[in-house]
Design a protein around this ligand. Structure first.
Ligand SMILES: Cc1ncc(COP(=O)(O)O)c(C=O)c1O
Length: 429
């Protein structure tokens, strides 16, 4: 059989009804634990000699279908579904870094990510070193032997910045570290980071993957290409694991593992998820599976609407600048066309001429769009980042993330765009 296409995989990948009572839709396995027939079977599971269900903090059949589905959509070797996008970042970084290590991150990030990296990781002795993604070559000046990863968002939230993935690929190879890409704003329907050199892909599934603003979750995808055993840079992979009976992850689950190199995903699950515990609920895993079924359809409409809305805003006298790669005259239009030929994202931002007061007036006066600090919902959402998503950042940090007082972020929904444009027209001053 020829390989299935993306839209078919979105409905079928990772699910065999015969393994689930012939249910037409992946069932919600609302269980904490699993009943064993004998004593040997769980012993083999705990020793990782066999794969099966141990306890729903570590894995669960509904979660498993979601993980297999997203693995197929991304072209990776394995995935891990977790409690939130923040949890996905946390597990990804702490699987790679130990106290004393550092990682390099683009400064154009979602505010919560920026804060997690710059403030909370410090408590674990893990240092983030930010770089300006417009100058990726800076990476070589700030990296050292303790650098364990490069981290970017495929499209910065909310700055809209698109990194030069070709340059990042060369740089990460030079440093011998994995490239992690948070692909939340694009989704695999529009962009597959593994195809341009990423090694690990992260999602806040709470956004477009779920698509209906009803649940929080995160995903980590292991691309299976990074050989953690190639050097002694990652002792957590090449030395016997203290947390797992002396197993050497890169030897057992690395490039010679029959199911593909899943060393990163398995370590993140059996050490990270097991010990820190940010597991996804089976119900949320089910909702994300539902969302993914219509992902392409929704993204097509999101993009079509975003193009119309950003063109409208570009010519509006109350607006000084629109940061959308969907606009032909965006400085990032060529890069967007290269990496995102089918559209980049429907989340973009714009600056109001009359600054903070106009921003406040706008978010308080939209009637169809909703004023929230979420994105990726079927409904159009407007956000004032300076007072919400990036509020915990200092003014200087806000500027680094591309946040100014009059900046509005819009997550364009799938409504009739004429109603959204009329709504914006009435609220802009
Ligand atoms: C790009 C990006 N990454 C990560 C996150 C964090 O995800 P979550 O809210 O699911 O923890 C967000 C949340 O807005 C985001 O926009």
């Amino acid at each position: 059989m020829t390989p299935l296409h993306f839209n078919t995989l979105a409905l079928h990948a990772g699910y065999n009804p015969k393994e689930h009572g012939h249910a037409g839709v992946p069932p919600i396995y609302q269980t904490a634990a699993y009943i064993y027939d004998d004593a040997e079977y769980p012993a083999d599971l705990f020793d990782l000699k066999k794969f099966g269900y141990i306890y729903s903090r570590i894995n669960n059949p509904t979660q498993d279908v979601l993980e297999k589905r997203i693995t197929a959509l991304e072209g990776g070797t394995a995935a891990l579904a977790v409690a939130s996008g923040q949890a996905a970042q946390f597990l990804a970084i702490t699987t790679l870094c130990e106290a004393g290590d550092n990682f390099l991150a683009s400064e154009q990030l979602y505010g919560g990510t920026y804060h997690q990296f710059s403030v909370s990781f410090k408590k674990f002795g893990i240092e983030v070193r930010f770089f300006d993604p417009a100058h990726p070559e800076e990476i070589l000046k700030i990296a050292d032997t303790k650098t364990k990863a490069i981290y970017v968002e495929s499209i910065g939230n909310p700055s809209g910045f698109i990194p030069d993935f070709d340059a990042l690929k060369i740089l990460k190879e030079k440093l011998g570290v994995p490239l992690i890409v948070d692909n939340t704003l694009c989704t695999p329907a529009l962009f597959r980071p593994l195809e341009v050199g990423a090694d690990i892909v992260l999602y806040s599934a709470s956004k477009y993957l779920g698509g209906h603003g009803n649940s929080i979750g995160g995903i980590i995808v292991d691309g299976g290409k990074f050989d953690f055993g190639a050097s002694d840079k990652f002792p957590g992979f090449t030395k016997p694991s203290e947390g797992y009976h002396g197993i050497v992850f890169s030897e057992v689950f690395g490039k010679n593992f029959p199911l593909g190199n899943i060393a990163f995903a398995i370590k993140a699950r059996v050490e990270g998820l097991r010990d820190f515990g940010p597991c996804i609920s089976p119900f949320n895993a089910f909702l994300f599976l539902q969302g993914i079924e219509t992902l392409s359809l929704r993204m097509d409409r999101h993009i079509e609407n975003a193009r119309k809305l950003s063109h409208f805003l570009e010519t509006h006298p109350a607006v000084t600048q629109v940061f959308s790669a969907e606009n032909k005259n965006s400085p990032l239009a060529d890069r967007a066309k290269k990496y995102f030929p089918n559209g980049s994202t429907a989340t973009f931002s714009f600056i109001l001429k009359n600054g903070k007061s106009a921003g406040k007036h706008f978010v308080e006066n939209v009637r169809v769009a909703v004023h929230e600090n979420n994105l990726g919902d079927a409904r159009t959402i407007v956000t004032h980042p300076a007072s919400t998503t990036h509020r915990q950042l200092s003014e200087e940090e806000q500027v680094r993330c591309g946040i100014t007082p009059g900046l509005i972020r819009v997550s364009t929904g799938i409504e009739d765009i004429r109603d959204i444009i009329a709504d914006f027209e009435a609220a802009l001053v």
